[in-house]
Design a protein around this ligand. Structure first.
Ligand code: HEM
Ligand SMILES: *[C@@H]1O[C@H](CO)[C@@H](O)[C@H](O)[C@H]1NC(C)=O
Length: 528
């Protein structure tokens, strides 16, 4: 078996041999072995005496230089949740030369990200997000509080404000209705369907139409596939735990020329930037409103380079997140035929009175639908870590010191199972827990801690500006599905596996690929 010492020897040897590829491969191979040997041997560090400051505990399976960066395994959120179980609500990880502070307690997270928001709303450097995706910290998602971010965030909030979303409702209705038609047709044709690509087409179309004023026709449309490929590539590059050149500066040198970074650079310069420049040029010439035009017309005064990145933030932030969220929702619902019936019945009751589907404004008349949407996001969160924050100076929260420049992360997996915030069977799927909190996810996310339904949209000043758009889309898609369909497994013993997730998927947590049947409800009150 490969021991740590001979792994280090090999690492150093191949590095000094100046073989650009070998060290990475060697490290990766060794990592698999190390992961299987280090497991969760962890310890609580003794508290220092005579001081109010508390040490942040660290899992013991770190190694010299690389620290914990190879200890995550293929499902990082799950591994970190186990460390929390051992070590408590806040832990410190060494990721090569970087420090991560991970928290899974809602109160502590709220104090860190909201109470101390003025200091903790910065983004840490990551190779892809800073250097490539945001063309040097432009746009909104990866820029720093200050000039770029203020302008971009104001522009984003203005085009995504609830009163603006009213202008997009017809398009959202059409896209979600087409989604269900395609899910039914695909089941009819093949005997089953995996909804993932169909979800991507629906949710990309909504945000692409808002941003650029156009949409795509089918899941095999080559242009659609090209955009989706760009989004998925970015999502993979954005995986926080995989940022080798940032964690190990020694790797960065050759990685720039021959490794992942060379791929990132090629993708950004040769694939993404030209495509997004062309989308924007075409959008300016198109009839009707779109964000490209409003950024020019409404006095936002954003330079073109910033606008390009901002629109990229929308398309990337608004497609995969929703497709993943809705794929989990459908997979979970497949396991609960009784709940499907109750939901369909609730929607039917509304249709009988009003002759149409409920809109998001009318959501309190379908409280179970709202609760199921919230519970699915709590039960199976969209991302492992949201987007990371950092502090611009050392800060003290609850006696813990968070050092300047550290990466601060909420562990979305275990924060959503925290028994203080979710006192009733936090591990179980129980939509009823939300029947008394039907306020919008956006209002809940902006409200006091005790009113927060879930934490998928992040925290404080950085809170996702697309929250309202996202929940309107999810609501429309959900009521369309259960007004018109039943979801059934492909056979009695082949249900979607919702106890695990797709490995190495990137920033988002994807369900493993699955097949289900969308069956037309015989008693449906609405057809298309
Ligand atoms: C289920 C759907 C979605 C989820 C779970 C989600 C989640 C998140 C999270 C966790 C953050 C980081 C918050 C933080 O730093 O604390 C974020 C930021 C962001 N999201 Fe979303 N999002 C979703 C949909 C959308 C949509 C539809 C759009 C736009 C069309 C969007 C655009 C953005 C942008 C631009 C940011 C960066 C904000 C900033 O850094 O100031 N997201 N989102
Ligand atoms: C789901 O997948 C996990 C990991 O592959 C496996 O351990 C588990 O048995 C699967 N569950 C079911 C119900 O098939």
């Amino acid at each position: 078996m490969l021991t740590l010492t001979n792994f280090q020897e090999r690492f150093q040897k191949s590095f000094f041999d100046k073989d650009p590829i070998l060290p990475v491969i060697t490290v990766a191979a060794a990592a698999t072995l190390i992961y299987s040997t280090c497991k969760f041997i962890s310890y609580k560090q003794p508290q220092k005496q005579n001081t109010a400051l508390k040490e942040i505990p660290s899992p013991k399976c770190g190694y010299p230089y690389i620290g914990h960066m190879w200890s995550f395994g293929p499902l990082p959120g799950k591994t970190i949740s186990e460390w929390h179980r051992d070590l408590g609500p806040i832990i410190k990880l060494k990721m090569g030369v970087r420090t991560w502070i991970v928290c899974d307690d809602p109160e502590l997270a709220h104090r860190i990200f909201v109470t101390h928001g003025a200091d903790t709303s910065y983004r840490p450097y990551t190779t892809y997000s800073n250097k490539y995706f945001s063309n040097g910290a432009r746009g909104i998602a990866f820029s720093q509080p200050g000039k770029h971010w203020d302008k971009s965030r104001a522009a984003a909030l203005s085009v995504l404000a609830p009163k603006k979303i009213k202008n997009y409702l017809d398009s959202i209705h059409r896209e979600t209705s087409d989604l269900v038609t395609r899910l039914l047709e695909s089941t009819e044709k093949n005997g089953y369907t995996d909804p993932y690509k169909h979800n991507e087409l629906c949710f990309l179309n909504v945000v692409f139409k808002i941003a650029y004023g156009r949409s795509f026709d089918a899941i095999d449309d080559p242009e659609f596939l090209q955009v989706i490929d760009m989004i998925e590539t970015s999502m993979k590059f954005l995986a926080l735990e995989k940022d080798k050149p940032n964690f190990l500066p020694i790797v960065a040198i050759f990685d720039y020329f021959a490794g992942t970074q060379a791929k990132m650079k090629h993708f950004t310069d040769v694939v993404r930037n030209p495509a997004f420049t062309r989308f924007a040029e075409e959008a300016l010439l198109r009839d009707g409103p779109n964000v490209v035009k409003s950024l020019k017309e409404d006095g936002h005064n954003l330079p073109d380079e910033d606008a390009l990145v901002l629109l990229g933030d929308f398309i990337t932030g608004g497609t995969d997140t929703l497709s993943v969220t809705f794929s989990w929702n459908l997979a979970i619902m497949c396991h609960h035929p009784d709940l499907q019936e109750r939901v369909s019945h609730e929607i039917d009751k509304y249709i009988q009175v009003h002759g149409k589907l409920p809109t998001f404004d009318e959501r309190t008349q379908v409280p179970l639908c709202v609760s199921v949407l919230k519970e699915c996001m709590r039960y199976r969160p969209t991302t492992y870590f949201g987007l990371p924050h950092t502090a611009d100076r050392d800060i003290e929260v609850d006696g813990y010191i968070l050092p300047k420049g550290c990466t601060i992360i909420a562990n979305m997996d275990s924060i959503h199972k925290n028994p203080k915030h979710y006192p009733v069977h936090p591990e179980s799927f129980l939509p009823e827990r939300y029947m008394n909190n039907l306020k919008t996810m956006q209002a809940a996310a902006n409200g006091k801690l005790d009113q927060r339904d879930h934490f998928n949209f992040g925290f404080g000043r950085r809170l996702c500006p697309g929250t309202y758009l996202a929940e309107v889309e999810l609501f429309n898609a959900f009521v369309q599905v259960f007004a018109r369909c039943k979801i059934e497994p492909i056979s009695e013993d082949e249900y979607p596996n919702i106890s695990t997730a797709r490995e190495n998927a990137g920033l988002n947590i994807l369900p493993p690929p699955y097949k289900v049947k969308f069956i037309k409800r015989k008693d449906a009150l609405i057809h298309v």
